[in-house]
Design a protein around this ligand. Structure first.
Ligand SMILES: O=C(O)CCC(=O)C(=O)O
Ligand SMILES: [Fe+2]
Length: 290
């Protein structure tokens, strides 16, 4: 039983939690309403079955292309399963990076890993309603430039006070990346990404945002640290050759209904600008936004 503010009516009631102060003062606070949380814990990131892109059933193929487009548009992120890369190769890459980082104490490995994921890019083109070869042609991907980055995050005694990698988006077309600790921003909230074994995590990078004239947005992501174990992640960005100017694909631009949202920019300049600046959200995209 409790008294109302005027004190002359006694009723039994639970205080209605209306503001943060009420919330903080309620004695049985064990969890907070989702609107106050910067995290979303229950969300499942989309999964794309890569093997279905080779399906002989046109319905199955067009369904997976539709799912791919939806994942790029709504999340900018998905988990690729049945991708056909042997698990032993993926483990070998991780082991190689671990050795390298152990010997050098950290840093970036710059290797050109010429494995153009043509099938994937064909599907992305089709999901935008374009001809399969469109992105490949626009980016001249036969002379592509891939960068593999290996990140090492040692255990941190105060993980809540530190950040492994601040929020940013990636250049190039996508990144592949393993292990827990990665978070992505979905509708303004941070979502923990848990990769299933033998899967790739793929995200839409800035260049897909530019090429698609903003239809697919590059996704903000960051890496958090833990106080238990060293974590290694591998990221691959896939871009055109260095002197290619990346601009919205002509087929997706028309001056009346869909004016170009970005100026073209040479890939090399984009990389230099990104590398010379602290990672800071998507600020590097603002430079070329019209
Ligand atoms: O370590 C991670 O999970 C994120 C790495 C990353 O975002 C990057 O290398 O661009
Ligand atoms: Fe990244």
């Amino acid at each position: 039983m409790a008294a109302t503010a005027s004190g002359n009516v006694e009723t039994s009631f639970r205080p209605k939690i209306g503001c943060v102060k009420d919330l903080a003062e309620s004695s049985d606070l064990t969890s907070i309403p989702s609107k106050y949380s910067y995290y979303s814990t229950a969300l499942q990131i989309p999964t794309i079955d890569f093997s279905l892109l080779n399906s002989t059933s046109p319905d199955q193929r067009s369904k997976v292309i539709q799912d791919l487009g939806k994942a790029c548009q709504e999340w900018g992120f998905f988990m690729l399963i049945n991708h056909g890369v042997p698990e032993s190769l993926m483990e070998g890459m991780l082991a190689m990076c671990r050795d390298f980082l152990d010997q050098t104490g950290g840093g970036e490995v710059g290797v050109c890993w010429k494995a153009c994921p043509e099938n994937y890019l064909k599907a992305i083109s089709e999901s935008l309603g374009l001809e399969g070869s469109c992105i490949d042609k626009a980016m001249e991907l036969e002379s592509c430039f891939q960068i593999l980055t290996s990140n090492l995050y040692p255990p941190c005694p105060q993980p809540d006070l530190a950040m492994g990698m601040p929020p940013h988006s990636d250049h190039g077309l996508f990144i592949q990346n393993q292990n827990g600790g990665l978070q992505l921003n979905h509708n303004g909230k941070w979502v923990n990404v848990h990769a299933l074994p033998n899967t790739f995590l793929v995200n839409t990078g800035d260049h897909l945002e530019i090429l698609s004239n903003g239809k697919y947005k590059s996704v903000l992501h960051r890496a958090v640290v833990n106080n238990k174990a060293t974590r290694i992640s591998l990221a691959v960005t896939h871009g055109p050759c260095l002197d290619k100017v990346v601009a919205p694909v002509a087929e997706l631009v028309d001056s009346e209904n869909n004016p170009a949202l970005y100026h073209g920019m040479m890939y090399k300049e984009y990389l230099e600008f990104q590398q010379s600046n602290q990672l800071n959200g998507k600020s590097h995209l603002d430079r070329i936004r019209i």
